[in-house]
Design a protein around this ligand. Structure first.
Ligand SMILES: Nc1ncnc2c1ncn2[C@@H]1O[C@H](COP(=O)(O)OP(=O)(O)O)[C@@H](O)[C@H]1O
Ligand SMILES: [Mg+2]
Length: 239
């Protein structure tokens, strides 16, 4: 089913959605409280901010409110400086996801984005379709080691993104998801962008993933990551 982007605006409210997937959404489509009241809330997933998983007409979607990361979460940590709709976090990520999804890269299908402008600032939300049966790589590694072939396939997938010129601003062990069949997905393209393939940013992406894995290993008594499996990952990447 082809993605059909449609958008509309009224009084500082801007909504972008895939008309092939949902009907024109109202503002409440982006409110966790609305889905809770409908008894459609299925759960929350941990990230920088909680992502809300809800059911909508036999489908399952994930709703995320854009929030700045870090420990210094302040009152206004979900406001960003307005510099045009096309530059908002939600618009950029929605279109980048659509682009990657059309290319067959393993990312969630974008569903809808909302931007609310408040003068010089805006806040934003993104809805994607929920990838079924996935677990963040970090959580898997706290429970069990992964076979060599799985590490290689992670490397191969990261390479596919890089060959497509997709820069991920936060490639870490929570933004790589695995399903029960060992399929690898990448999420969270906030601040990601298309770039000319170049080894300097590609190596920086890999280094960030490595740091994330090292950090989990430091923080958890059981975490199945070491030099050997990193070499398997690189072998998949360099294949
Ligand atoms: N499309 C999706 N399908 C399944 N789970 C998702 C999806 N999008 C996000 N998640 C879950 O929600 C968590 C947070 O989402 P993410 O996009 O990484 O936002 P952030 O880290 O900025 O809060 C992820 O770690 C993942 O567990
Ligand atoms: Mg994340």
């Amino acid at each position: 089913m082809k993605i059909e982007p449609q958008q509309f605006s009224r009084q500082g409210l801007h909504i972008l959605f895939d008309a092939a997937c949902i009907e024109r959404p109202a503002a409440e489509f982006f409110e966790p409280d609305y889905w809770r009241a409908q008894n459609a809330l299925l759960g929350m997933a941990q990230g920088r901010a909680a992502a809300c998983i809800f059911r909508y007409r036999e489908r399952v979607f994930v709703l995320r409110h854009y929030r700045r990361g870090g420990l210094m979460a302040k009152f206004s940590d979900d406001y960003y400086l307005w510099s045009g709709l096309a530059n908002t976090r939600a618009w950029r990520e929605w279109h980048l996801l659509a682009d990657m999804y059309r290319q067959g890269l393993p990312v969630p299908r974008p569903v809808a984005a909302r931007v609310r402008r408040h003068g010089l600032l805006y806040s934003a939300d993104l809805v994607t379709s929920c990838l079924p049966g996935v677990t963040p790589l970090a959580d898997v590694l706290m429970r069990q080691p992964l076979p060599q072939a799985q590490w290689q396939s992670i490397g191969t997938i990261v390479k596919r993104f890089h060959q497509a010129g997709i820069y991920h601003a936060d490639l870490n062990a929570r933004n790589i998801l695995l399903n029960e069949d060992g399929q690898v997905f990448v999420i969270d393209f906030d601040k990601g962008e298309k770039r000319a393939p170049d080894s300097s940013w590609q190596q920086a992406n890999l280094a960030r993933l490595r740091r994330s894995l090292d950090k989990f290993k430091q923080q958890h008594t059981q975490f199945y990551f070491d030099e050997q499996v990193w070499r398997y990952m690189l072998a998949g990447y360099d294949k």
